[in-house]
Design a protein around this ligand. Structure first.
Ligand code: ZN
Length: 253
């Protein structure tokens, strides 16, 4: 899940002092908002589909939710849209085929810990970092790929407000792939600070064990530091993991 702002490869970017004050204010707003946040009603959900732009988004966004669905006996299908090859483009020891194969294994291992079997996971293999350049034929193929499982009663999909371009493209594809009557939860992995501060953007939450989620996130070894021969490569730094592995996952209905 590489994130690049322009040609930069740093996330989150360094913020000026005024932004830190703003951040304190946002924290207060967020904590006030979390008091008003509702739990997710999973009654009647028998089949959910989680759409992840990159291998690891399924866990970052919805590990607690997937565990809760599986505990209730619901079927959970995962669709990973891109091949994940852009996180380390310059590694000699992890050329593209090896990286792509390992990222798939990481998702399968993590989802096994949430109770999702391998045959419930689909990898569409679209170009990581290149979704904005898809042609019409590739878009149609992607839509077919998203719809190939039976229609679910719950969709868990990226938000159009995510700061990552691939996530926004996948959000738009998901809008087209299923009828509007299918219930949806939208998630943000990379918040843009303006949207993060937007009142009531996320109105639903589900709780889970943060330590377990952190343990699972560490299984994404290619994204947490095992690749050391690509200085421009992506790695989830400890502060990011802390933010991503909190006790609650948040969604917009
Ligand atoms: Zn991602």
């Amino acid at each position: 899940m590489p994130f690049r702002a322009g040609s930069r490869h740093v996330y989150p970017p360094t913020r000026p002092r005024c932004a830190v004050r703003q951040s304190r204010k946002s924290r207060r707003q967020r904590s006030a908002r979390s008091l008003a946040m509702k739990g997710i009603d999973l009654n009647g959900v028998r089949h959910a589909v989680i759409v992840a732009p990159h291998s690891d988004d399924e866990t970052i966004a919805a590990f607690h939710l997937i565990c809760a669905l599986r505990r209730r006996g619901a079927r959970v299908d995962i669709v990973v849209v891109t091949d994940g090859s852009a996180s380390h483009r310059n590694s000699a020891s992890w050329p593209k085929p090896r990286l792509v194969a390992e990222r798939r294994r990481e998702t399968m291992r993590a989802m096994a810990m949430a109770g999702v079997p391998r045959d419930r996971i689909e990898f569409l293999g679209l170009p990581d970092g290149g979704l904005r350049s898809l042609d019409r034929r590739q878009i149609e193929t992607a839509l077919v790929g998203l719809r190939q499982r039976p229609e679910p009663d719950l969709l868990i999909v990226p938000s159009v407000f995510d700061d990552h371009p691939d996530h926004r493209v996948v959000a738009r594809l998901c809008e087209r792939a299923w009828p509007k009557c299918v219930k949806r939860l939208h998630y943000i992995v990379w918040p843009d600070r303006q949207n993060e501060a937007r009142p009531s953007y996320c109105d639903l939450a589900i709780a889970g064990c943060p330590l377990r989620k952190r343990l699972v996130m560490r299984r994404y070894r290619t994204q947490t530091g095992i690749i050391t021969d690509d200085p421009a490569g992506f790695s989830l730094m400890p502060p990011m993991l802390t933010r991503m592995c909190r006790s609650h996952e948040h969604f917009a209905s």
